[in-house]
Design a binder for this molecule. Structure first.
Ligand SMILES: [Zn+2]
Length: 467
């Protein structure tokens, strides 16, 4: 997968490296914390700052898009060739809260370089990874002698990702025409490790539900009535017990319908990743692995759907005893979904499965939260191959493939725009996302610039071959 790097791209990046890092530091000084209302003016300042910088980069169209919450930034640079594919890059300009006293060794909003690392809130998540595209596109132009990128390049940089993207889907729906793209590149992600560059090919989806079980109108005496009326806590426990079979497979009928099975090739590639299960367990703060029979740990978190109990409660939980049959019990369940599973279908079968298990005398209130669909790009997708080639040139070595067990707003882009989602990220697990002393490895950040510089030309060429 590795290709020859381009010396013109490298020379250009070397030449502008210092200015690029100065600019990034300036952006990182803006504490664009979307979760804290007193930082709302900073989130806006961050959007305006980025918009000005994208104009300076050369994007002919740059707009700050309002939402009921924090503003997003949109930019567009049409390809010279009208037949060229259109790429939409997604990232976010808001950051997680951070304060020195949380355990930072330096001020979180005063970026510092220590060794080969740049420390600041947002260095990796996500300002650094958004910003590498600005130098990337300029290196692409300089090295190829173009005046416009080889693809029509669009950027959508939202301002509320760290607050759960409450207005993102509506924004994408409202602006779907402006955002239309052949492929979406998400740069809000990471790779396996410093030595193992990887491309993530998909994320799981998520369906969440709450089940409230109502029994007697009030807590009642277990001596006077126990044994003769249904107990909602017992019903909750029975539901939980019925979620999985003895092989830790989800036992809800129809749950695996449509699931895209892992290919033998992907399975083999994952098995070759330098996975350290002991280290992974430490990170999980857990003492043993457990999961669906016939699958490795990586397969379980990346490629298999799950049913998890996130919360269970009901009845007396104070000191001593209280001999009652509780009036109600509560379950919070969530389902990580993989490609081929539709949240609507999952909701339907979970409702049917639960309802069937509710005895007379118990009333169940089942509510589902808005779901996130899974996304997956097949290994042979031409866009994914372009991305792996571009990364291979930057890193001068083989690029491997991973997936993410998490779920994110990338799925909204996939759904609304009908475009496959590719993940280009250079962050590594030690970068400390959402934690004190967040940093980005400068070397990897510049590899991100370089990957971005190679990607547009490769994509334009291969899209032609693909269509
Ligand atoms: Zn992020």
């Amino acid at each position: 997968m590795s290709q020859t790097p381009d010396s013109a791209v490298r020379t250009y990046i070397e030449q502008y490296r210092a200015a690029f890092l100065d600019d990034l530091a300036e952006w990182l000084r803006i504490p664009s914390v979307s979760a804290q209302p007193d930082h709302a003016p900073d989130v806006r300042r961050s959007a305006d700052w980025l918009a000005a910088k994208l104009t300076e980069t050369g994007f002919p169209t740059v707009e700050v898009w309002e939402t009921p919450g924090a503003p997003a930034v949109f930019a567009e640079w049409p390809a010279g060739d009208p037949e060229a594919p259109t790429v939409l890059v997604y990232g976010h300009h808001d950051v997680q809260p951070a304060a020195r006293e949380d355990g930072w060794d330096s001020e979180p909003f005063e970026p510092v370089v220590r060794g080969d690392r740049l420390y600041a809130r947002g260095a990796a998540d996500d300002k650094g990874q958004v910003f590498f595209h600005t130098l990337g596109v300029r290196a692409h132009l300089a090295a190829t002698g173009r005046t416009a990128p080889a693809v029509t390049l669009k950027l959508l940089i939202e301002g509320e990702e760290e607050s759960g993207s409450p207005n993102f889907r509506a924004l994408v729906e409202r602006r779907a025409e402006r955002l239309a793209a052949d492929v979406v590149i998400v740069s809000d992600t990471g790779m396996w490790s410093e030595d193992t560059p990887t491309v993530c090919t998909g994320m799981r989806g998520l369906a969440e539900c709450q089940i409230v079980l109502h029994g007697p109108d009030q807590d009642i005496h277990s001596g006077a009535f126990g044994g003769a009326v249904p107990n909602p806590a017992t019903v909750a426990a029975r539901l939980v017990a019925a979620l999985h079979d003895e092989h830790a497979r989800v036992a809800i009928p129809g749950f695996y319908e449509g699931v895209v099975e892992l290919s033998e090739r992907e399975r083999r590639l994952w098995a070759e990743l330098p996975f350290d299960e002991e280290g992974w367990l430490r990170e999980a703060h857990s003492y043993a692995t457990e999961g669906e029979a016939g699958h490795t740990t990586l397969e379980r978190v990346w490629a298999r759907p799950t049913a998890e109990v996130n919360g269970i409660g009901g009845g007396y939980q104070g000191p001593g005893s209280k001999t009652i049959i509780p009036s109600s019990a509560l379950l919070k369940l969530s389902f990580r979904l993989v490609a081929g599973q539709e949240p609507d279908h999952i909701e339907k079968i979970v409702r049917a499965w639960a309802t069937e298990r509710i005895p007379a005398g118990i009333r169940a209130e089942i509510t589902f939260l808005p779901a996130t669909r899974p996304c997956l790009t097949p290994l042979d997708h031409p866009g994914l191959q372009s991305l792996a080639r571009a990364m291979g040139r930057a890193f001068e070595g083989p690029v491997r493939f991973t997936r993410s067990g998490g779920s994110g707003p990338a799925a909204d882009l996939q759904d609304v725009l009908g475009a496959p989602v590719l993940f280009l990220g250079i962050s590594v697990p030690s970068d400390g996302w959402h934690a004190p002393n967040e940093k980005v490895e400068l070397d990897l950040l510049l590899k991100g610039v370089e990957t971005s510089a190679y990607l547009w030309g490769d994509l334009a060429e291969n899209w032609r071959h693909a269509t």
